[in-house]
Design a protein around this ligand. Structure first.
Ligand code: CTP
Ligand code: MG
Length: 236
């Protein structure tokens, strides 16, 4: 067992093809300004906890990762068929090779997250000793229906789940691995923990921690990244 950071590591699923983005490469390799989405994302994690391990799941057929400039504390593992398979490969790698207590899973496709929000999540989870996720309150009026409105859904208790999602490594590895073994569909880490009967706390985050999904998102992300970089410059 190697003990680099005694308590916290990041896992970054980056093995998707980005079908909905319809780009000529997986969306984590699209440029936002001078850097790729994945480089921006890793930069945010590094800025949050400079020494923490970052385990990135990449596809076997990935032709782009080798050209990136990434910090030394990055290790790659092979991705899987679905996001949850990629995450589980990274969790198993961590469990077998390092002594880590908490893990934060963060989508490669969410480069806009702020280190201050990640630190808020870490502090909240460690203080309460309970896992949690970044999430933003739903702002729009929500309608239910197919072609016509059947219902207006009260939004007071509705949240949009984001990442990072932070859990004890053992608890999360067991939950994801058991859920996959029983063919339960899990779209994020929290849903595996919920399925296993565990608790997930909601930690409010900025709504602009968006996941790049469709072509429209690229222009928004380019604008927001440029704005964030200007704000960092002003502080220096
Ligand atoms: N991901 C992964 N392994 C997979 C599928 C997805 O590691 N087998 C990663 C993606 O690279 C992304 C994150 O999980 O960073 C969130 O998934 P999503 O937004 O759905 O990305 P893609 O699956 O790449 O996009 P799409 O669903 O449009 O194909
Ligand atoms: Mg997907």
């Amino acid at each position: 067992m190697t003990d680099i950071n005694p308590s916290i590591a990041f896992v970054v699923p980056a093995a998707g093809v980005g079908a909905r983005m319809q780009a000529n490469k997986p969306k984590q390799y699209i440029h936002l300004g001078e850097k790729t989405v994945l480089e921006h994302t890793i930069g945010k994690l590094k800025a949050t906890l400079p020494d923490a391990l970052i385990i990135i799941a990449i596809s076997d057929s990935d032709a782009y990762f080798k050209d990136l400039t990434l910090p030394e504390n990055v290790i790659t593992v092979t991705g899987g068929k679905e996001r949850a398979d990629s995450v589980l490969n990274a969790l198993n790698y961590l469990s077998h090779n390092f002594s880590i207590e908490w893990v934060l899973v963060h989508d490669a496709a969410r480069p806009l997250v702020l280190p201050s929000d990640i630190l808020k999540l870490i502090s909240q989870c460690q203080t309460t000793q309970c896992g949690g996720i970044l999430a933003s309150k739903v702002r729009d009026t929500i309608k239910q229906g197919t072609s016509f409105v059947e219902n207006t859904v009260p939004r007071d208790s509705l949240w949009q789940a984001q990442t990072p999602q932070m859990f004890l490594l053992d608890e999360l590895t067991n939950a994801v691995s058991n859920a996959l073994a029983q063919q339960v569909s899990i779209t994020d880490e929290a849903s595996a923990i919920e399925w296993a009967g565990g608790k997930v706390q909601l930690v409010e985050s900025r709504a602009d921690n968006i996941k790049l999904t469709t072509p429209d998102d690229v222009a928004i992300a380019e604008f927001l990244i440029a704005k964030q970089l200007l704000e960092i410059d002003k502080c220096e």
